[in-house]
Design a protein around this ligand. Structure first.
Ligand SMILES: [Zn+2]
Length: 112
C-alpha cells in the first residue's frame, strides 16, 4: 500500500521537472526499483495509471528497471545471485553477504 504516496511523489517530481524545463507534457519516466527496495514495481505501475490520469503525466510511459539483489562472497569477492535457502558462493562455496545491489529506488531520468 505504501506505493501510493511514493507514486504520487514521482508524479510531483515530474511536474516540477516539466515546469523547470517549460514543458507541458511528460513523455517518459525511467525508474529504477530494486527487488529489495521495499517497493513493488507492479503496484507502482498500477497507481501510476490511476494518479497520472489527471496530471501532466497522463501520456507518459513509466519504465521500471528492476534490479535483482546480489550477494558478495566474503572469500573470493565475486557478486552472485542468492539461491533459495542458501548464502553459499557458487564459485568457491564461501559465504555471501548482502550488498546494496537490489535496494535501489530512484528516478533515473525524465523525458519531456
Ligand atoms: Zn566465493
Amino acid at each position: 500500500m505504501h506505493e501510493y504516496p511514493i507514486t504520487k511523489r514521482i508524479i510531483e517530481i515530474s511536474e516540477e521537472f516539466a515546469k523547470k524545463n517549460n514543458a507541458d507534457d511528460i513523455k517518459q519516466i525511467n525508474l529504477v526499483v530494486g527487488d529489495y527496495s521495499g517497493y513493488v514495481a507492479s503496484s507502482i505501475e498500477l497507481y501510476f495509471d490511476l494518479i497520472a490520469e489527471d496530471s501532466i503525466c497522463k501520456n507518459a510511459v513509466l519504465n521500471i528497471e528492476r534490479v535483482e539483489p546480489k550477494l558478495k562472497c566474503s572469500d573470493c569477492g565475486k557478486l552472485f545471485k542468492r539461491k533459495p535457502f542458501s548464502f553459499a558462493c557458487p564459485y568457491c562455496q564461501g559465504e555471501g553477504r548482502p550488498t546494496e545491489i537490489g535496494q535501489e529506488f530512484y528516478i533515473k531520468s525524465i523525458e519531456v
